[in-house]
Design a protein around this ligand. Structure first.
Ligand code: IPM
Ligand code: MG
Length: 385
């Protein structure tokens, strides 16, 4: 951890698989430019995760990677997975590495902001008047629920039963619910003071506990308006009238599903960043919401903006500490929060100027490559810095 003034912030890059490698390269470029322009001192390390880690070490999350992650200020991850590893036993699949690093870092809160850039209102499959101005923060519980509950697995056929059985367990403790819900209220308080809690309390016991806890914590936040949604209705409302939402807080699997749906509001899954946070003072894990997209990997077609916007979240949530700024001692120095906002403005600007990767382009619009998009953002950042 950082103690001394001006000690560089330690960032662990985990590019992973597929387009993860290409988009993390661009995100790093942008972080380096931001560091240069805003007087931040960053130190980059690189590690293995996912299929790439499996190939090199036989494990999707080598011990060394988790140790490095825990010793860093922040971890910037690309994506994991690919058809090459689909046949592996569950514990060796790239996705197991992702789940293990989330659990190992204790990052229970996954922030997935969905903001529609004005230049992209036509990129969504929904009508522009539905998506214009959307600004939703999906807060997904990340280390509990169906992803981690025990028992889990495949069980051989019993004598009487209907053949082999597969089991997943959905379990939540009051403590797990309380900490994510409280963060939901705090985030709502810093925004438009509206919290939508999503559950399936008409069916699931975990959801009944969830709803109870939300109503209890709500008493501490009388200034925040709370609404409860069943998840099926939430999925519908999210595309019917997305502007009604400010902060959405929900459990792990519902959050996984709703955030992909919400991505379409922004025009492309290639636009959505995320930040995964644990207890205060612990390193955060930052990853674009999109996957490894093996179909376009290595072709320079991937949209790096989700990774670049993720890098902005890293600056905002993990490096915004007094000991990370001002490393160069110059007078024109400002902090990581300023740098984060500048990166977001740079992205908005290149989009307004018409820069489009293939996922964003409409018929006939010129398309630029992954690296060109990264360069454009750096240039926009320099122009304003
Ligand atoms: C996500 C992804 C992951 C998840 C997969 C790759 C395991 O879909 O981050 O949303 O389900 O959490
Ligand atoms: Mg997902």
């Amino acid at each position: 951890m950082n103690t001394g003034t001006g000690k560089p912030a330690r960032i662990l890059l985990l590019p992973g698989d597929g387009i993860g490698v290409e988009v993390i390269r661009e995100a790093r470029k942008v972080l380096e430019a931001a560091a240069r322009l805003f007087g931040l001192s960053l130190e980059f390390h690189e590690g293995l995760i996912g299929g790439a880690a499996y190939e090199a070490t036989g494990k999707p999350l080598p011990d060394e990677t988790l140790e490095e992650a825990l010793a860093s200020d922040a971890v910037l991850m690309g994506a994991v997975g690919g058809p090459k590893w689909d046949g592996l036993p569950p514990a060796l699949r790239p996705e197991a590495g992702l789940l293990a690093i989330r659990k190992g870092m204790g990052v229970f809160a996954n922030l997935r902001p969905v903001k529609v850039f004005p230049a992209l209102v036509h990129a969504s499959s929904l009508r522009p008047e539905v998506v214009a101005g959307v600004d939703v923060l999906i807060l997904r519980e990340l280390t509990g629920g169906l992803y981690f509950g025990e028992p889990k697995g495949r069980f051989p056929a019993g004598a009487a039963a209907g053949g082999e059985r597969a089991v997943d367990t959905l379990a939540y403790t009051r403590r797990e619910i309380e900490r994510i819900v409280r963060l939901g209220f705090e985030l709502a308080r810093s925004r438009r003071r509206q919290l939508a809690s999503v559950d399936k309390a008409n069916i699931l016991a975990t959801s009944q506990l969830w709803r109870e806890v939300v109503n209890e914590v709500a008493r501490e936040f009388p200034d925040v308006e709370v609404r409860h949604f069943y998840v099926d209705n939430a999925a519908m409302q999210l595309i019917r009238n997305p502007r009604q939402f400010d902060v959405i807080v929900t459990e792990n699997m519902f959050g996984d599903i709703l955030s992909d749906e919400a991505a379409e509001l922004s025009g492309s899954l290639g636009m959505l960043p995320s930040a995964s946070l644990g207890e205060p003072g612990r390193p955060g894990l930052y990853e674009p919401v999109h996957g490894s997209a093996p179909d376009i990997a290595g072709q320079g077609k991937a949209n790096p903006l989700a990774a670049i916007l993720t890098a902005a979240l890293l600056l905002r949530y993990s490096l915004n500490r007094p000991d990370h700024g001002a490393a160069t001692g110059g007078e024109a120095v400002s902090g990581p929060a300023t740098a984060a906002a500048a990166v977001e403005r740079a992205v908005e600007r290149v989009l307004a100027e018409g820069a489009r990767t293939a996922d964003l382009a409409r018929a006939g619009e010129p398309v630029i490559s992954t690296a060109e998009m990264g360069d454009r953002v750096v240039a926009a950042l320099e122009a304003e810095g």
